[in-house]
Design a protein around this ligand. Sequence first.
Ligand code: NAD
Length: 241
Amino acid sequence: MTLLNGRTAVITGGAQGIGLAIAQLFVAQGARVVLGDIDGEAAAKAAESLDGEAVGVACDVTKGSDVDNLLAAAPSPVDVFVNNAGITRDATMRTMTEDDFDQVIDVHLKGTWNGTRKAAAIMRERKSGSIVNLSSLSGKVGMVGQTNYSAAKAGIVGLTKAAAKEMAHHGVRVNAIQPGLIRTAMTEAMPQKAWDQKMAEIPMRRAGEVGEIASVALFLASDLSSYMTGTVLEVTGGRFM
Ligand code: NAD
């Protein structure tokens, strides 16, 4: 299948996990990809591992100039931009530091704002493009120990909808995905007790796999979703529906 044939896709946080799975699927669908990651070496290695045209670039999404450089590394103007980079700094409010709060807001919220506004500026000139933002179920329901992350991920929903309204008449679509519990390095760092508690909340009784987020990202990136903008798709196995 070639849903992204000839298109250029930029994916932040693309060195591993969900971002890398998205890159693998996009390449398989004919896209050229640029992986941006704060770990530039890992991004380059990940790009090499892909079976197609791919480059890996060091990029800290909290810095606007890094995101400019990431977009400049693309072989042609960007058609698809995925704001995927993320971190967690979990702690209850009693113990969370101001730095833990600021870092999480910076990477997710400011990072997504940087990616969205800079990709949109290029896409509007060509009157086409799709931006896909990674929110989280935490942004819908709020999770204990994640006042920083839940706020950032809820903020991404507002950002997505506002940007979608600004960009719709320019032919640029902006949508978000809210994954539930997906098996990656981010979630495998969780204590077993927390993992088990989350599993008990999932009607489908299993965690999701990275490919199950990638396929929804492909849907939003491609013309299959040509009449969708400002939407938030939950990919959660039915958790907190
Ligand atoms: P991950 O930790 O495996 O990968 C995140 C990547 O982002 C890493 O390669 C990391 O180096 C990179 N990164 C971190 N800070 C960065 C920065 N400032 N600039 C650029 N890159 C940076 O995480 P993942 O599980 O693959 O998560 C990907 C996205 O999906 C995140 O936004 C996460 O919040 C979201 N998400 C994940 C889950 C889950 O269960 N795994 C659930 C909901 C949402």
